[in-house]
Design a protein around this ligand. Structure first.
Ligand SMILES: *Cc1c(COP(=O)(O)O)cnc(C)c1O
Length: 465
């Protein structure tokens, strides 16, 4: 897809449309000097070079990648109109696109009926779900696993809802036995399960959590901000993971971020509710915005007011071209998943690297292997992981960008019983392989990381003097 062409086409089409309303004079107040613009623009472009190369497969760090060209072209074409999806008055065309894409997301999640809308982020989507949870289960708290995204505790604090943390198993998934013990006390009216944790990509066993929560009358919210799109490829994940992904359909609410795995620029999350009747919790009146339609406006079912109509248009265009099917967007995720599985195999076979845990989705966690056959010391693992991270990103030639995740001594020894515990926490390396290009670049990436890990071994004693 030739981005330059489609960007130009969007600008031209906007100007053609604008002309149909007749000519009008531009005001001098917003006029800028072309020469000054050239200078400022060049400065901007130079400063943008201070970013990391998220677009390149040598960037195998955090959950970051550029949007698809279709999303960029769709966003720019719609941004020229700058519609506001809080109401049909502000975004008559893009609100309808939003309803269409939300319908597609709900279908992917397996919801037969739904109420939902796009949000500016996954955090906002989770906040709305937690708000509805508080309103439907007043006086109760929320259960989240210790691996849940940090914003749940923050949003619960904001809502005045107590948080109860549930331990995880040796793969970072919510411990269902511990959850049951908590639910039996009656303090938690809502369980937040994570479908793809941010650190490890672990999928909480929703298929076991949902029936358990039902027995205790608790709601279930799935934070599928990262992993929700993996529902498109249930056959290339472990059966246990596939069961959990299928159970998204039975949750009371789901948060899912098109700006994570949906190829969108930032500013695109989504929240879905299985019971359309929760609209009652959002009810409010606006003296000046809702006048063009008797249909509910998106602002009447969301906590945010102004929201980008362009975000809806960008997602709409992207899903026209890469629909939410195994062969559409699913093929994009499948490549990253294959890369993660294959890399875990290479890491397992390397004398210089050890796996931390097998990837459940497309996030690979690993660390430098201790020299020789000595058991890993936690302090050494943390130092060596940081060394690999820093030497990789600061390399003059062939840089490689990874990330680290902090893990507790308990979590580490749950995976490596022979580890020497000489500190309370350590760090392991973490690579989110969310770009399909990672699959084609994998051998090169592995070779670089292996080389960096080898360099963290102490130099062998020299012979002679
Ligand atoms: C990224 C993420 C969030 C937060 O979403 P934002 O869009 O960054 O606000 C919440 N939960 C999980 C599991 C995430 O991966």
């Amino acid at each position: 897809m030739e981005l330059g062409y489609w960007l130009g086409r969007g600008v031209d089409a906007f100007q053609e449309w604008a002309r149909t309303y007749g000519a009008f004079a531009a005001h001098s107040a917003t006029a800028v000097d072309e020469a000054a613009c050239a200078v400022a623009f060049e400065e901007l472009l130079a400063r943008l070079r201070g970013s990391y190369p998220f677009f390149h497969p040598c960037y195998a760090g955090q959950m970051l990648k550029p949007p698809h060209p279709a999303a960029v072209a769709g966003y720019v074409a719609a941004m020229l109109v700058n519609s506001n999806n809080h109401a049909l008055d502000g975004g008559p065309a893009t609100s309808v696109m939003e309803e269409e894409v939300v319908e597609q997301l709900a279908e992917m999640a397996g919801f037969a009926v739904h109420l939902g809308h796009l949000t500016s982020s996954g955090t906002q989507a989770n906040l709305e779900a937690l708000f509805v949870a508080r309103e439907s289960r007043p006086g109760t708290g929320v259960a989240v696993s210790v691996e849940a995204h940090y914003t749940h505790a923050r949003m619960c604090h904001l809502l005045g809802v107590p948080v109860h943390t549930v331990p995880v198993d040796d793969r970072g998934r919510m411990d269902v036995g511990e959850l049951e013990r908590l639910l039996a006390t009656g303090v938690a009216g809502t369980v937040v399960a994570t479908t793809g944790t941010t650190a490890l990509g672990a999928v909480d066993p929703l298929h076991r959590i949902v029936p358990l929560a039902r027995r205790y009358g608790a709601r279930v919210h799935a934070d599928a901000a990262y992993g929700g799109f993996f529902r498109l490829l249930q056959t290339s994940v472990a059966p246990e993971t596939a069961h959990a992904l299928r159970a998204l359909a039975q949750c009371d609410s789901v948060a899912i971020d098109p700006h994570k795995h949906g190829l969108q620029p930032y500013g695109c999350g989504a929240v879905l509710f299985g019971d359309p009747d929760v609209a009652r919790f959002f009810r409010h009146d606006s003296p000046y915005t809702y006048f063009t339609s008797r249909r509910p406006h998106l602002g009447e079912i969301s906590l945010e007011c102004s929201r980008s109509g362009a975000a809806a248009a960008a997602l709409w265009l992207t899903l026209k071209l890469l629909p939410l099917t195994p062969d559409g967007l699913g093929a994009v995720l499948a490549a990253g998943r294959r890369a993660a599985v294959r890399w875990a195999g290479l890491i397992g076979a390397s004398p210089y690297l050890d796996p931390y845990q097998p990837p459940e989705l497309d996030i690979v966690t690993y660390h430098p292997a201790a020299p020789g056959s000595s058991p890993p010391r936690l302090s050494w693992i943390g130092t060596a992981s940081h060394e690999v991270l820093h030497r990789g990103m600061n390399a003059k030639e062939d840089p490689v960008f990874l990330s680290v995740a902090r893990v507790t001594a308990g979590a580490f020894t749950a995976r490596r019983a022979d580890a020497v515990v000489d500190s309370d926490t350590t760090h392991v390396l973490r690579s989110v392989l969310m770009k399909p290009e990672s699959e084609l670049y994998l051998e090169r990436l592995h070779e670089r990381v292996e080389h960096l890990a080898k360099a963290s071994w102490p130099a062998p004693p020299r012979c002679g003097r």
